[in-house]
Design a protein around this ligand. Structure first.
Ligand code: CA
Length: 239
């Protein structure tokens, strides 16, 4: 059915890459709208509903960074950033802006499709109905409602940040390696993406107001990964 076709916004100013990627994705059954600059990307995103965005970082008119910010203002749609080889800082910037994943050019279309599939599958899993709330007093994670409250105030998390937090918070005290988190949060097991997790943790801490030097919830386990701990709930006064 047409409504099952996943719609992808592909933002890439190099026409040869854009055409090749679009053709490959279309062959895989996706519907692709390709645009060549940042301004058009923002306009397209406002006009239509997309299931996923593939976003080049270096773009004319409006940079990929600005486009990512604009999209994140209104949406937690999965975003894959494309960066040129050597733009290490840039790809980290991309993740700090709330992209879910990145690929370094030149990449194989096969790898891109694998990432697209993984992100779309993860989103589908996220929306499966399950009534579950993790209540840690000052931090409440409503898994079914996809909501996080810190001291009664809702915190806006991206899909990856939410997945990361719920993965850790389901088992307080359990240490997760970066590699385990890559698999659970990003949904694939390629090596070398541990730094992605570090960026997501950094963003998550900033949004939760959790100081890494004096953590309330998210603890770094040096040389290994991360764990979640919740402070004891204050005893409730008997009436
Ligand atoms: Ca470019």
């Amino acid at each position: 059915m047409a409504s099952d076709v996943k719609k992808i916004l592909l933002v890439e100013d190099e026409k040869a890459i854009r055409d090749a990627v679009a053709a490959y994705l279309e062959r895989e059954g996706y519907w692709v709208r390709g645009v060549g600059d940042g301004q058009s990307a923002v306009e397209e995103f406002e006009k239509h509903t997309f299931d996923l965005v593939i976003l080049d970082l270096m773009l004319p008119k409006l940079s990929g960074e600005r486009v990512c910010r604009a999209i994140r203002d209104t949406s937690d749609v999965p975003i894959i950033m494309l960066t040129a080889k050597g733009e290490v800082e840039d790809r980290i910037i991309g993740l700090e802006l709330g992209a879910d994943d990145y690929l370094i050019k030149p990449f194989s279309p096969r790898e891109l499709v694998a990432r697209v599939r993984a992100l779309l599958r993860r989103v589908r899993v996220d929306v499966e109905p399950a009534v579950e709330v993790l209540d840690f007093a000052d931090l409440v994670i409503d898994i079914s409602g996809h909501k996080v409250m810190v001291e009664g105030k809702e915190v806006d998390l991206t899909a990856s940040e939410f997945k990361l937090l719920t993965t850790l918070a389901r088992y307080p005290g359990r240490v997760y390696t970066r590699m385990e988190l890559v698999e659970k949060v990003l949904g694939y097991d390629f090596e070398g993406y541990e730094r992605t997790i570090d960026s997501h943790v950094k963003n998550l801490r900033a949004k939760l107001g959790d100081d890494p030097r004096n953590p309330r919830w998210l603890y770094t386990v040096h040389g290994v990964g991360y764990r979640f701990e919740a402070p004891e709930k204050p005893a409730e006064n008997a009436e």
